[in-house]
Design a protein around this ligand. Sequence first.
Ligand SMILES: CC(=O)SCCNC(=O)CCNC(=O)[C@H](O)C(C)(C)COP(=O)(O)OP(=O)(O)OC[C@H]1O[C@@H](n2cnc3c(N)ncnc32)[C@H](O)[C@@H]1OP(=O)(O)O
Ligand SMILES: CC(C)C(=O)C(=O)O
Length: 795
Amino acid sequence: MPMLADPSTKYKPYTPLQLHDRQWPSKVCTKPPIWLSTDLRDGNQALANPMTIPQKTTFFRTVVKCGIKEIEIAYPAASDTDFAFVRGLIENGEVPDDVWLQVLTPAREDLIKRTIDSLAGAKRAILHMYNATCPCFREVVFGNTQEKTLELAIKHTKIVRQLTEEATAKYGTVFKYEYSPETFSQTEPDFAIRVCEAVKTAWGKAGTGDERIIFNLPATVEIGPPNHYADLIENFHRKITEREKIVISLHPHNDRGTGIAAAELGVLAGADRIEGCLFGNGERTGNVDLVNLALNLYTQGINPGVDFSDIQTIIDIVTQCNDLPVHPRHPYAGELVFTAFSGSHQDAVKKGFEAQKKKHAAAAAKGEPQYWDIPYLPIDPADLGCSYEAVIRVNSQSGKGGIAYLVKEHLRLDMPRKLQIAFYQVIQAISDREAREMSVDDITTAFRNTYHYGGSKYEGRLALRSFKISSEPAADLGDRGDEAPDERRRFDGTISVDGVLRVIRGDGNGPLSALLAALHTHLDIDLAIREYSEHAVDGTAASYTQAASYVELVPSLTDVKESRQSNESWWGVGIDPDIASSGLRAVLSAVNNAIGDRALPELKLSVGFNSLSAQSDITDAIVNSLQLELPRRMQTSFFEVVQRAARASSGQISYDALTDLFRQTYDFGVTKPSLISITSYKMEHLEGNGRQLNAEIIFGEDARQVTGEGNGALSAVLAALHSQIEGTLKIREYSEHSLGEGTEVQAASYVELSYDVTGRAKATAWGVSTDTDITASGLKAVLRAASRVDVVMKK
Ligand SMILES: CC(=O)SCCNC(=O)CCNC(=O)[C@H](O)C(C)(C)COP(=O)(O)OP(=O)(O)OC[C@H]1O[C@@H](n2cnc3c(N)ncnc32)[C@H](O)[C@@H]1OP(=O)(O)O
Ligand SMILES: CC(C)C(=O)C(=O)O
């Protein structure tokens, strides 16, 4: 049947109480009510599959842990499970001394008896009896008049009194009595009071403190707005006699979705206690949510007297036991309630955190309270054991602020505003293209990929390996009087270019412009800096403070102004414990973005002649390409070789050609064996310190078995050679160093030999070799050097 055009023909409005001098609207709550959890009774009876005893036990422990002191644990007369559960809690000593066990019974003698039996041995118990008092229930369910209803309540209250007194005599149990005129909110207000007065009289022993009688005034079904309920409560609160001997308890359900409001207004109207369930489980739309109510107080700066510091664990237990989920938007507990997807919310949250950090620091310095004041976040998620991770989540509705917040939280990088905009566009494009939410991992990975940030995995085509910044006095700029010349900076460094190490050099006003000049000279990359900023990145206990640098590069145009106004720009980010390295890394990061995959020109070394710096460049290049650290005199020797080769190409030589030249010159790493080579050898220790070498050495194509003795391995190989050649070989210099690390380690040996033979000028030559065995490495270096001095063989 469709909805009615005139629903008044079907539905009657609630009957408002005419309470014209109501006081509750101007009251403010300043303390928490007494909480009663009815999860294990009203919550449980509403489940398709009521909880098992182990589930109820887990739930009970959780409620106790939250600090709730009054817990309605069962309707013991309803089932053996409920009865046995109550028995189990008592017999197993599960109930802390300050916790009151509450049980519910209808106004039926047999069921009251069974209910009280279930409590045998309990220390503190609240016997809760109910009967319906409203006209509809009186007529429909009981077929009762007001008088009969009154009699029912009085009679069974007396039974409760008698049976509880017997139980107290037998077990020492301290009892409180709770009476509920069921569907109070639909009962005639005066009749509800009349019934309660009669019950109070029948009970006959209401006192103060723990002797107060509890009148629970349920909105069994929420039929009117919360102000209606508050009026009813204030009316009851004002009219019931001996108010000091009464606890007014509320039991709101949530049929209109205003259970929370009803409870809060009811407290303002005079109530002392609230019955409800965690996260609002319960009949139909549920009982009022105790977590929501308590945290509403908490965010007003009122200690609610219950603890939800680990809310996720509570959610997990409650959802498992109830087999019902918590809605993602459930106040305080839903998985989305501390989340902002939209750009303006994220922006405000980010700014809020930043501003609050400063305010808190200032307040802490003055010893003042550090108030929580973050836009869109009424509570600090950390107070509930939630991390801020989920506060900002990014999709196509998000803006730069939220993304910047996540980058700051997870990478500790506080991006400058323009970089935020640039990176936002990157994330927007991905999110839009893939039509999905971007996780923190997606965002940080995109950041690393975009800015080649965070280790070798994300390196771009150009990466800094090593560098030196030195001061260079500026060239003479003419007559500048007494003015000291500006100091300029020189960048000498090794960078990896598409995986190959290259040495580059450039001069500039500072280290960054010197690097850009080097890139211009050597790689034809012509860019200028438009924006640069840096900040310290706080070190954690495990790491130290680092510097983060951000660079925006633009095409370097002759017209500087035009260059600065370029529409095209590329951002780069660098981090390093050393501030200069951090800036250089940021420049290379931006350069990588600028060059994309465009081909780079072949790098060339400018060898020049008699230039010391050119010699060190060449040495560096050999270190970089072959990891060989040439001894000083070998550097000079090889430099001469390079100079001769470079002459043919106007003083320039490519890096690849340079490495090749080294290999060919020293037979290093080439497949063709050198003129004199060793195929096998045995080195024996002689008595004393001597060594004897027995080896097969190939001279040209002639293999010979040779023997030589000496003080060490090198003199033994020389002796062996002397047995085969005319003249004398002498070692002028020998050095070695390790190469590589761990199990890969090798020895690199360098030998310079001189050769003296009659009829020829004395010759010298270097040999270099590597081997995992240090003796073999030295022997081979000697033989390679000998190969280069053109030895004369004995006949
Ligand atoms: C608002 C609430 O949440 S109240 C609590 C509701 N919870 C439950 O009902 C869960 C536990 N209930 C049960 O297990 C059963 O209903 C029992 C064991 C209490 C009673 O079972 P039964 O005897 O089979 O009766 P039934 O379930 O049909 O209950 C209805 C009877 O109880 C009477 N009744 C209902 N409420 C009350 C009450 N508060 N006081 C006295 N009698 C009551 C009804 O008038 C009806 O009586 P009738 O059979 O003479 O017409
Ligand atoms: C027994 C009473 C308090 C009840 O559960 C209700 O009225 O909702």
